[in-house]
Ligand binder design. Structure first.
Ligand code: BEZ
Ligand code: FE
Length: 287
């Protein structure tokens, strides 16, 4: 074996890092170099394959802007965002589990009164009333918690992907009342394909996979003294719950869209209570 293909070569590359480096960066970079070299040795990576990988990353970078993040998509389809999210958010007993943020969050969603609809225009579809109680780590209701939600239109597109939707359509921020309750009206979410007209789509095709995500609503929930929760709720009936293109579904995040009683202004009701973890639940911060 040539010198460059040995473990000793890998160790010499790692040893070239300065001893004065930040210790965490040293750990991360050393491990990354070791695993990437092991990977190249394991598959006997060819120059052509290495260049094709670099080209994929270059194209992903060029395609990314404030409306589209192809690098996140690439991470997602190999399960990396979901893995990192789970590692970084080991759920405290009783706390709601997290799920990936994805590339379509926008800050500054309209602040709306509890119970209001986040639908401003675009395609219509069956409506759902989603409500529940936000509690703190001790299980007591939290007043004034912020519940930030977003979803796609029934055409499967987020507003920033779709010129026919008003700005900030299907996004809203709500504040829990004195009993910790939040409520909002939205369209019943649909399953949709993640963008597959770029490198992430090429990679999905190479792997013989589809681009679909199960119907879901995104949440970010925060309150003083609690760890910010980034999560999603999933329509239990959706076939892609068992086959999510980005591997984000967790059993505890599946919900039922129950038909609403006659006379209700919504077609479906969803009850979902959320428990936030304490600020101290950031395990890496205390490690
Ligand atoms: C999303 O649910 O918005 C999403 C998550 C990961 C990749 C693409 C989209
Ligand atoms: Fe989504």
């Amino acid at each position: 074996m040539s010198n460059a293909a040995t473990n000793a070569f890998t160790e010499s590359v790692i040893a070239a890092m300065s001893p004065d480096m930040d210790p965490r960066a040293r750990l991360v970079m050393g491990s990354l170099i070791r695993h990437i070299h092991d990977f190249a040795r394991e598959v006997n990576l060819t120059t052509e394959e290495w260049l094709a990988g670099l080209d994929l990353l270059i194209r992903a970078g060029k395609m990314s802007d404030d409306k589209r993040n192809e690098m996140i998509l690439l991470s997602d389809i190999i399960g990396l965002e979901s893995l990192v999210d789970t590692l970084d958010h080991q759920a405290e007993d009783g706390a709601t589990e997290s799920a990936v943020l994805g590339p379509f969050y926008r800050e500054g969603a309209p602040i709306l009164p509890n119970g209001a609809s986040i639908v401003q225009g675009g395609e219509t579809g069956p409506m759902a009333l989603v409500q529940g109680v936000v509690t703190g780590p001790d299980g007591r209701p939290l007043a004034g918690a912020v519940v930030d939600v977003w979803e796609t239109s029934p055409n499967g597109l987020y507003e920033q992907q779709d010129p026919d939707q008003p700005d900030m359509n299907l996004r809203g921020r709500f504040q829990t009342d004195a009993q910790g309750r939040y409520a909002f009206r939205c369209v019943r979410p649909v399953s949709y394909p993640i963008p597959f007209d770029g490198p992430a789509g090429d990679l999905l095709q190479l792997m013989g996979r589809h681009p679909y995500r199960p119907a879901h609503i995104h949440f970010i929930v925060h309150a003083p003294g609690c760890r910010k929760l980034v999560t999603q709720i999933f329509d239990r009936e959706d076939r892609y719950c068992a086959d999510d293109a980005v591997f984000a579904v967790k059993d505890s995040l599946k919900v039922d869209f129950v038909p609403a009683p006659a006379g209700s202004d919504a077609d479906f009701l969803v009850e979902y209570n959320i428990q936030l973890a304490s600020d101290a639940a950031d395990l890496r911060a205390v490690a």
